[in-house]
Design a protein. Sequence first.
Lengths: 487, 411, 124
Amino acid sequence: MKDVVDVVIIGGGVVGSAVARELSRYDLRICVLEKNFDVCYETSGRNTGVVHGGFAYDSGSLKAKLCVEGNRIMGDLSKELGFDFKRCGKVLVGNTEQERSSLERTMAQGERNGVQGLRIIEDEELHQMVPSVVGKFAMFSPNSGIIDPFGYTISLAENAVQNGVRYYLKHEVTSIRRNGGCWEITAGHQQFCARWVINSAGLGCKKISDMLGLCGLDLVFSKDDYIVLDNRLGSLVPMPIYTVPSNTYMGIHVTVTTDGNVLLGPTAEDRKEFENYGVEQKNIDYLVDCARALWPHFTKADFIRTYCGVLPKWVDKNGLIQDFGIEINDDFAPNAINLFGIESPGLTASIPIARTVISMMKEREHLLEKADFNPVRKKILRFSDQSPEEQESMIAQNSDYGEVICRCQKVTKAEILQAIHNPLGASSMISIKYRTRCMMGRCQGGYCQMRIAQMLQDELGINDTDLLYSNEGSNLFFGKVRKKAGQ
Amino acid sequence: MTEKHDVVIIGGGPAGLAAAVEMKKKGINDILLIEREKTLGGILRQCIHDGFGLIRFGQTLSGPEYVQRFIDEVDHLGIAVLTDSTVWTVSKDKVVTVMSPQGMRTIRAKAVVFSMGCRERTRGALAIPGERPAGVFTAGVAQSYINLHNEMIGHEVVILGSGDIGMIMARRLTLEGAHVIAVFEIQSIPSGLPRNVHQCLDDFGIPLYLSHTVTDIHGAGRLESVTVCKVDEKLHPIPETKQEWACDTLILSVGLIPENELSLDAGVTLDSCTHGASVDEFFQTDRPGFFAAGNVLHVHDLVDMVSIEAEKMADSVAEFLRDGFLPFCPLEVIVGKDIGQVVPNRVEGLHDVSFFIRSKGQQENCSIQVVQNGTVIASKKMRKMIPATMAEVKVKKSNFLDSSPLEVRIV
Amino acid sequence: MKKVFTCIICPNGCNITAEIDGENIISILGNGCDKGMQYVKQELTVPKRTITSSVLVENGIIPLASVRITDPIPKERIPDMMTYIRSIKVAAPVEAGFVIDPNALGLETKLIVTKSVPYERKQK
C-alpha cells in the first residue's frame, strides 16, 4: 500500500525538522521518516548546545553565510517556537602572542562573514565578564549564545506537526527507487511515493545519498565526547568559554547549558566509520586536564554524566573537510535535495538551511503558501520558572502541578503528563527526559525514573515488557516479579 | 499566607519519624512532619530484608516492620503529618515552601530538621566510560522496581560495588530467579558488612572479585557486556587485565551521598568528609535553628543508630525551642590520621559526647584516639576497623582539658 | 580441623573459628556472644537461614506485600520455600504481622506479612 505524498524528508533531526517546519508553510503533503524512536536521538541531541557567531568558517562558505543568518534570527525563533535560547555571548581565550594573532585573524574572518560586534578584550575586562576563567585576553563575540538542542529540535517537529506534517518515527529507509516521475521509498512496513525527497539523514546522509544514486561522496565521522557537571556550577560560567580555534576544530570548551549545567568538551576525533556512542576513558581524562587549564573550578564530585556525539563531515578524496553540501542534481536525481555533511554549525544554521532547500524547490516548482500556517508553538510551561503566585494558581487549576516527580530538576506531574502525550507520539523514557529535563539532574533518575516508567505505562497503555528506555531493544523490564493469573 | 509551626521536619523516614516521636514526648506539640512519598517510612519501605532492630527492639525485623513501629507512634501521638508533599525550598530564615496537589504552603518555623536521607552515586558521577544502554541501575532503583513496583529488571546480572545494598540485591535477585554472575569491588576489602558477604554472596555461590572495577559498558539498546579490569594499589585499572563479562544488567552499589540540596538552600555549611551538614554535639548545623540527623548527616550502617541519633537531636531541638538558643560549641574536631569522617564536628566540652567515626581503609589492632593539646583524652581499642562499620568513641566531660581543638585519629 | 565462620546473627559479624574432629566440636572461639556460639553449632549440623520476599496483593495500593519467615529453615529448603511463596496471593487490606501460614512447609516457622497494604479498587 503506497502513501502518495508531495515531499518525503529523510531524517527528523534539527535540520530535517527545520525543513519540515519551513515547508509546512506551503500547501504540500509532507512526511518525515525518522529511523529512531524520537527526533533528537543522534547529532541533534548530542552536541554543545551553542548558537555560533559565524566567525570560525571560511568566508564565502555556506557554513559562514547560513550560520550568521541563523544566529541573527534565533532570538525571534525562540519566542515563536518556545525553546530556550540565551544570547549570552562567548569568549575565546588566549594567553600567547601567537594566539592573539590567531584571534585577530578569526576576528577579521568574522567581520568578512558579516558577524557584528567582535572585539578583543584584555585581562581586566575578560575577568569582569568571566571572573572564573584562566586567560590573559580573549575575543568576545556578543551575539553567540546557548540553546536547548532537544527543546529546539522538538519544537520544530511539533510546529511542523501542528501545520500538517506527518512524522513516522521508527521508520528507517531501506530502499529508494526512481519510478516514472516519483521517488518510491520503503521505510519500515510503509511505502511512499513522493515527488520530492530531501536527504537530511545526518550520520546516514551517505547511505541515503548512495540510495538516491548520488554516489562518490565521502564522509568522516567526528566523535565528540563530553562531561556534564552539576548545575550548581552554572553561575561560574556566564557564557561559553572556548580556547583559540582553528577552522577545522573548535577546541576544548567549557560551556553552560540553558539549565545551568556546565559541559566540558568536546574532544574531537575523526573516524572513518561510526561505531557507537561509547565515551572513552582517555577522552574523559583529556577533557579534565584541558578544561582545568582553562577553568579549574570542578572536581570529580561534580560529575553528573558523560555523553558522546558524532558529526558527519564531508571530505574530499584527500580527506579535506568540505563546506555544507546542499545540492540537487537535476540529471541523476531530479527533485532530490541532498544535505551532505551537515555538521557544526548545523544547529545554528538549521532554518537558513531549510530556507535554502525551499528556494531550490521554488526554482523548479511553484509552491503555494497556506493561509493558515501557524508559526507559533507553545512549549510545556515550566512550573519551576513561574513566580510563587503563578505556581499557586497553576496548582489550583490543575493539582498535578503540585506533585513533584523529579526533585533534582523540579519537574511536576503535569509537565510529565504533557510530555507523555506529545504530538510526535514518542514514548520512550528519554523522550520524556528531553521534553522535561527530568532524570537529567544529579540523581540521574534515581528518584523519579520509577514513577515515570509507571506513568508511561498507565497513560499510553504500554505493557511493562514493551517499555523502552531509548531505542530498539532497550527494554527496561523482563516481566513481573509476581505474576497475576494470566500474565 | 504563611503558616507558623514550632518545628518542621523534612523527611518522614526513620530519622524524621524518630525525631517527631521524641520531640512530642519532650513536650513539643506543634510539629509538622513533611514527606514527599504517599506513605511514611522513607527508604525502609523498600528494604524488605531483615536485620533491622536488633539493637532497638532486640528482634530482627524487616525494614517495613521497623519503621511501622514509629509510624504507629506518630499516629498514636497525633503528630501532624503532610504526605505527598515536596519541600520546594527552605530559606535562610526558616521559611519552608511546600508543594502538594492540595496547593502551595509556606511555613515559618522556629526550628527546621533536615532528615532527607541520601541519594545514590550514579554511573555518571563515576564517569564509567562506554555506551548508555538500558539495564544499568543503581541498587536502590533496582530494589524499588523489584520490591515496590513488581518489575523484574534483569536475568544475567553483574554488580559493581560490594556495599550492603549491592549484596542484599545479589541475594534478592538470585532468589527471584536471576543469575548473579559476579560482584566486583574496587577496594581490596568488601565495602559492606562481613555478614552480608556471607549470607548474600557465599551462600549462593556468587563470586566476589576484590580490587576489580568496571571500565567499559557495551550495548546499544540493552546492556550486552561490561569490561572489567583489576586495579592497582592506587585503584587505577590495569589495562592488561581487562576481561569482557556478558550480562544484561549492571547494578551499581557504589556509594550513598547525603541529599543536602535543601540544606544548601538554607545556607548551611556541609562537612567535606561526610557531605552532610557540619554539626555540633547538639546536631545543630552552623545556622542556628537548623538541625540534621540520620543519613542526611552521615551515612549509617544500622537504622537503629539513625533512630538513636534522631532522638538525641530531638532532645536538642526541644531545648532550643525552650531557651531560644543552644550553647556555643568552641571545640573544633579535626579529622586526623586514618580517619575518614567524624560526627559531630564541634563540641561544647561540658558534656559527655559520643563521636561516630569511620576509618580510612582497613585498620587492625589499633586505637581510636581523641587528642587535645597533645594529650590523649579518650581512646578505644579496636581489633579491627573497616570503613563499612561505624565506630563510637565516648569522651567523658571530665576529660576535656580546655576549649582548644580536638583531633580524632587512629594509631 | 579448623573451620572459619562469619556469624550472620548481628551486624558485628564476628569471625568465629571452630575446631572439629569428625562430628565432635572441640572448641569455638571468636564469638562476641552466645548467639554466635549457637550459630556455629547450627552451621556445623544443619545450616539454617531466614528468607524475606514478597507476595502478590490483590486490590492493594501497591502490587506486593513484603513477607518473611519468623524462624530460620534449613538452607537446602530455600528453593522449596521460594516456590511456595511465589504461589501465594493475599487480598488487601492486609496488616503487617498477618500470619499467612503458621507452619510454612511444615518447617516450624511462620510466614508473615511485614508491610501493611491498604485496599484500593482499581479499574483494570
